[in-house]
Design a protein around this ligand. Sequence first.
Ligand SMILES: *Cc1c(COP(=O)(O)O)cnc(C)c1O
Length: 430
Amino acid sequence: MTTEKSNSEYLKACGLIPGGVNSPVRAFKSVGGNPIFISRAKGSKITDIDGNNYIDYVSSWGPLLLGHAHESIVEAIKKASEKGTSYGAPTIAENEMAELIIQMVPSIEMVRMVSSGTEATMSAIRLARGFTGKNKIIKFAGCYHGHGDSFLIKAGSGAVTLGLPDSPGVTEGTAKDTLIAEYNNIFSVEKLFNEQGNNIAAVIVEPAAGNIGVVLPKNNFLEELRKITKKYNSLLIFDEVITGFRIAKGGAQEYYKVIPDITTLGKIIGGGLPVGAYGGKKEIMEKLAPVGPIYQAGTLSGNPLAMAAGIAMLKFIKENPNIYNDLEIKTSKLVNGLKNNLEKTGVKGIINRIGSMFTLFFNDSGKIEFFDDVMKSDKEKYAKYFKLSLETGIYLAPSQFEAAFVSYAHSDEDIEKTIEASYNTLSKLN
Ligand SMILES: *Cc1c(COP(=O)(O)O)cnc(C)c1O
């Protein structure tokens, strides 16, 4: 296997684009080596510019529930593009998309389309602040909500609960309005509410965390968040950019039966095109311009190509309700195979999974429930595993702290091949 062409394009890219990539995690910084350049993809497979084929578990970081270049989505985009690519005026497709989202996601009575998950979360907290008249938000260490300033905040030290900028360019002024709590630790949330509950506009959470690898909510964590936000007249925001339409038709809120005030969506709802959305109760959503005073806008929001792809995706889900059952069976088969391999090879690992998303942590903590558990994982072992997997034609995320995604297009044969390849790979790790 050679990756000569990828290597030379990457060198060229590094002179043109910062770090050679348009989103940092695409660079292989945390696993070493150079990223591979993709030329095309179909179903469960991607092909690089040197002609190597891989079974893909990155799935564009989540959007591709049906796999690459699904016929119904490609057709929908083709058809829409012939009628014009953007109008900056309303279309029937936007009504259709909104209706599908409202039908399928329990908490959403009204929805606004945007063009990325980042835009959705940024807008959602502005809406929460505007609606409640309060300034602060609580987020959880390790949860990712896109690259908006208010989310690039880390915990302050010791007794100080003020957040600190986690990137140059984020001001202390912004940081002081983001409070950091610990995922799965309701006491850390209660503490913040006790101290400054009257000024907390919202708690934003990934209901099942996916951006530190998969970490599931435990001990009624989500129910407790629902209770405490209600008690303080603060809003609960579920960031379902990954989990929406991934773990169930109605996302984590359907799966865990906890209803947030605002939900943010992205990834799957765009069918692989740039889309985000946020929605919730009518009385909250109607505070948005032009009906209400809270401003938010977008030249390409509700773009006809993006709507066509999203509608095709959501319609497919609606018309094939077996899809989540199918994904559950396939992914549990894969994860059971991987667990057997860990046992047989003696490699220490823990797999967290929900539906078709999972993470294999190289970690011997016993279980992974907190961000601190996650951080004990062996990144070097993962880097080796990643590289060896790539050589055997399995494309995984180039970081230990990500989810793997199985799509509807992954076949039994893909799953079996992956289990076999992982056995050989794990055998070489000890
Ligand atoms: C990917 C992601 C985002 C950001 O979405 P972009 O489309 O990359 O801006 C926000 N929240 C969560 C939970 C995500 O996984």
